[in-house]
Design a protein around this ligand. Sequence first.
Ligand code: FAD
Length: 482
Amino acid sequence: MSLLHYDLCVVGAGSGGIGAALAAARAGLSVLLLEKSDTLGGNAVRGGVHNWEPGVGGTDFAFEIYQRLRAIPGAVAITRTTRHCCAPLPGLPTYPGGEALPDPAATYLDTLQRHSAHEYSLVEKFGAMTPWRAVVFEPEAYSRVVAEMLAETGRCSVRFNTAFREVRVRDGHVESLILDNGDEVRAKFFVDSTADAKLCQAAGCELMRGQEGRDTFNEPDAPAQPSAKINAVTLIYRIMPRAHAAIDPLPPDVPAQCWWQASFPFSANFGYPNGDLNINMLPTMQGEEFLRLGYAAAYAECRRRVLAHWHFLQTHPDFPEFQRYTIHWIAPALGVRETVRVVGESILTQHDIAAGISRQTDPDLIALADHAMDRHGEGGGCVELKQPYGVPYRCLLPRGVDNLLVACRGASFSSISASSCRLSRTMLALGHAAGTACALAQKHTLPLRQVPVEELRQRLRAQNAELDWPRPPTAMKRLDEK
Ligand SMILES: Cc1cc2nc3c(=O)[nH]c(=O)nc-3n(C[C@H](O)[C@H](O)[C@H](O)COP(=O)(O)OP(=O)(O)OC[C@H]3O[C@@H](n4cnc5c(N)ncnc54)[C@H](O)[C@@H]3O)c2cc1C
């Protein structure tokens, strides 16, 4: 058993953790990044979310990752929506969801906006006229590029297959983590990027679960009463083309009919540069069922649903095209959109999202987002935004601890705002802010909640984080890759 000392320990190497570790190590801190799986990337790799949906804010680390991926043949592409069930093309059968395929004419800059100042018609939203472009990448290349970026800092150690079994907290200060193997990690600062705020939970921080009732934050779209509902989960799978048409055999224990809801769900299907398709059922399982079953049983059940969904696509008379593909990868991790969220110094709510950047007065906005408020599953809905909103630094500061930040989808968001503020590039940006805040706290010898926020914002801007809207022409010029 060893005693390890670092300036910063980041737990979880998904988008948030990568952003935090990279920012802090580049700023001169010694960083330990702990990851319980064997891969960098979290949901954006093991969960099968190998794409970045359109959105503001992907101008810093995300753009750097994209540029490095571009140097690797077949590692990345920009997609555009080509077919959608809500906007069928004349004379063709309805597509079983949405399809987005690589578009060589599209640029990274095209992917950097989701919101629109006007109401979309369905055709504008989903059809050939859609302004939406997304980034699709090969997961192994993504992990490799991120590993290179972390290694280049010379100050970041990554430990895979490692979780912690205990957190030692004294007087609101996290002193150390005891790892599974008994090693003790002491650090001046800790960042929780486990998605499910596991470090904050273990440190005794206050948490939010399920949907808040309307009384809690007075959010217009909150249910009258609180409920245990959470956003739904999806098990993503990947199919690859083959030369002949065939129907893959359905295992005997998997029914051909949909058994968990009235009919098979639609899916968002996007094309990789090599011609494979990524299939994202919307969704595979309701959030409450996931909570009831627990992770392992939910994964096993979702796997059966994947096989049934694939059989449906291959056997439906309208979609014979799927017989020219075969399933060849099912994500090893469930795509979980929401579990718990931490109560921070500020809580992002629907009011902040509705106000938007033009009316928010918080002095400490450290990231921009503009994804729709998008609740998958029963009683869900998707409300598009008319302008971006900012995320306050205080949403990363769990109440009651002075050297711990939360930079992941479990940050201090109401359930409604979490349905918007959760995209991979947004999590990278939250991590960027968290790692930079730790560096400033070290520089000024201050607790994290006293970090000078204007200096934090200046540093982030200097490192190409997007904090201003409309996007300044200088940023447009930098991002224009052609
Ligand atoms: C089905 C689905 C589809 C989505 N589609 C899109 C999309 O198209 N575009 C988009 O941009 N976003 C999409 N998102 C959202 C986005 O992918 C996630 O919200 C985002 O990746 C979450 O990042 P994170 O850093 O919070 O967590 P994660 O990426 O989940 O990373 C958490 C990491 O922490 C590790 N970990 C957990 N516990 C421990 C522990 N105790 N010790 C050490 N490590 C630990 C995990 O192994 C994991 O690597 C989607 C999400 C889902 C679920």
